[in-house]
Design a binder for this molecule. Structure first.
Ligand code: BES
Ligand code: MN
Ligand code: MN
Length: 461
């Protein structure tokens, strides 16, 4: 193991140059104009996988962006890790708020700034380098490894479930490893045992066939902007409880043990509020902030559009209004069932004065595992060695749709070991990754393969 760790230390600078190349490719899955870039990024990652010694590296086309597969299956009798990550990134707008160009990775104050630095290219790269360290120094890995990287995570992983179902036998493994989440705080590494799910909608409200003079017609017909606002105000009550009938039916309550554990975490509510720049925190009564974000479902307005929003004033009665809204779900809420309930409720509260269309967009199931399983414990030991501190157990509020698919279709537990930080601006301008955490994360990943390799397994290779 010493040679592996020495290699990681000795090659720190080269690793950074390579990461910069990965981050330079604008693999924005949401924007059709970047389709070729997404493909170019898949090619880059596949070439890198081959270069570090992975085998059978293949790009599988999908109706969307390709899935990359690669493996190394020569640790007879040892367990098999299925590693998952994503090489696509979020759009960069508003571009003017970036202090350095999003696709020209720049190092400032020990952080590398670029779109995808934390979510998720930097964390995928961390595993590439841990694998490279083992393969170059020992000529082998302590575990069998299968890797899949997708190019559509940021747009809802619409084609990945089909891919997993179509390749069930090829993806057989003992455990899934994912680094696509955050640590609890700077200096506080964590292991995540729960994620929220998601259902996302667009609501369109239409009235007249064209925008109208608000003096000539105002008072005679319903205003779509106003109607949409009234409808949105009927989705949550003032205390932020969701009013969709049946919405809470399948919510798994927090256990007393979880509540006690969350309460022990080093969470500073005042600092949290100040860092976010809000006057006061707000959420469901009876729950702490961490409980609200990790273990309670929410409804959020993601965007609103209607009428005149330019400079000055324009007396207009808009012909339409649009909202993008979403709900974060917790175990055991089902996105299809919740979508049906939501759809029916929105249609019920829609007045007859307008035409309302509800369009379903992305979705994903929530996920939770037993944090006491052997793999999570093995990962905890690796993280402790890599970061010098035993990880705390957390749930997280974000969603990674495929994690529940791995559980349901392949019967696999997942180890979620993220090295991003909550303030690293994922999905926002000036996304970054802490270089110390990247380095420690490469070490912890290399140790993680050792720890898992030492467990009983080997049913699949
Ligand atoms: N890496 C995130 C998910 C995440 C963030 C997990 C923070 C844990 C902590 C992922 O790339 C992401 O952004 N997911 C989307 C999923 C959606 C598009 C279906 C999300 O959570 O909004
Ligand atoms: Mn991600
Ligand atoms: Mn993301």
């Amino acid at each position: 193991m010493n040679a592996v760790l020495d290699f990681i230390h000795a090659n720190r600078d080269r690793f950074l140059d390579e990461l910069k190349q990965f981050l330079a490719i604008p693999s924005i899955s949401a924007l059709p104009a970047h389709q070729e870039d997404v493909k170019r990024c898949a090619d880059w990652a596949a070439a890198e996988m081959t270069r570090i010694g992975l085998q059978n590296v293949t790009l599988f086309p999908t109706p969307g962006h390709p899935v990359i597969y690669g493996d190394w299956l020569h640790a007879a009798g040892a367990p098999t890790i299925l590693f998952y990550g994503h090489y696509d990134v979020q759009p960069v707008d508003p571009l003017e708020l970036w202090e350095s160009p999003p696709f020209d990775a720049t190092i400032r104050d020990g952080e590398i700034y670029a779109r995808g630095a934390a979510d998720d290219k930097g964390q995928v790269f961390m595993h590439f380098k841990a694998l490279e360290a083992h393969l170059s120094q020992n000529g082998k890995l302590p575990v069998n490894m299968k890797i899949i990287l997708e190019g559509e995570e940021e747009v809802g992983s619409a084609n990945l479930d089909d891919f997993v179902r179509a390749h069930k036998a090829d993806l057989a493994a003992d455990v899934v490893v994912i680094s696509d989440s955050t640590m609890f705080d700077r200096g506080v590494p964590s292991m995540c045992y729960g994620l929220r799910g998601l259902c996302y909608f667009q609501i369109d409200v239409k009235s007249a066939s064209t925008d109208l003079h608000s003096g000539m017609y105002g008072g005679a017909i319903a205003n779509p902007g106003q109607v949409l606002a009234q409808m949105l105000s009927q989705i949550k009550d003032k205390s932020s409880r969701i009013k969709v009938p049946g919405f809470y039916d399948d919510v798994q309550p927090l256990t007393d043990e979880e509540r006690a554990e969350f309460a022990k975490l080093p969470f500073n509510e005042k600092k949290y509020r100040k860092d976010l720049g809000v006057a006061k925190l707000f959420g469901e009564p009876g729950y702490s902030t961490l409980e609200r974000v990790w273990a309670r479902p929410t409804f959020e307005v993601n965007g609103l559009l209607s009428g005149f929003t330019g400079e000055g004033a324009k007396t207009v009665l808009p012909a339409q209004a649009m909202a993008k809204v979403s709900m974060r779900l917790v175990p055991n809420q089902d996105p299809v069932k919740i979508s049906d309930l939501f759809d029916a409720y929105v249609k019920r509260i829609a007045p007859k004065t307008v035409d309302v269309t509800v369009t379903r967009m992305q979705g994903g199931k929530p996920w939770m595992c037993d944090p006491h399983n052997d793999f999570v414990q093995a990962a905890a030991r690796a993280i402790e060695q890599g970061f010098g501190r035993r990880p705390v157990l957390v749930r997280e509020g974000g969603s990674i749709p495929v994690v529940s698919t791995f559980q349901e279709e392949l019967g696999l537990p997942s180890v979620l070991f993220g090295v991003g930080l909550p303030d690293e601006n994922a999905h926002a301008p000036n996304e970054k990754l802490d270089l110390g955490n990247l380095h420690n994360g490469i070490i912890a990943s290399a140790l993680l393969y050792e720890e898992i390799g030492a467990l009983a397994g080997g049913s699949t290779a």
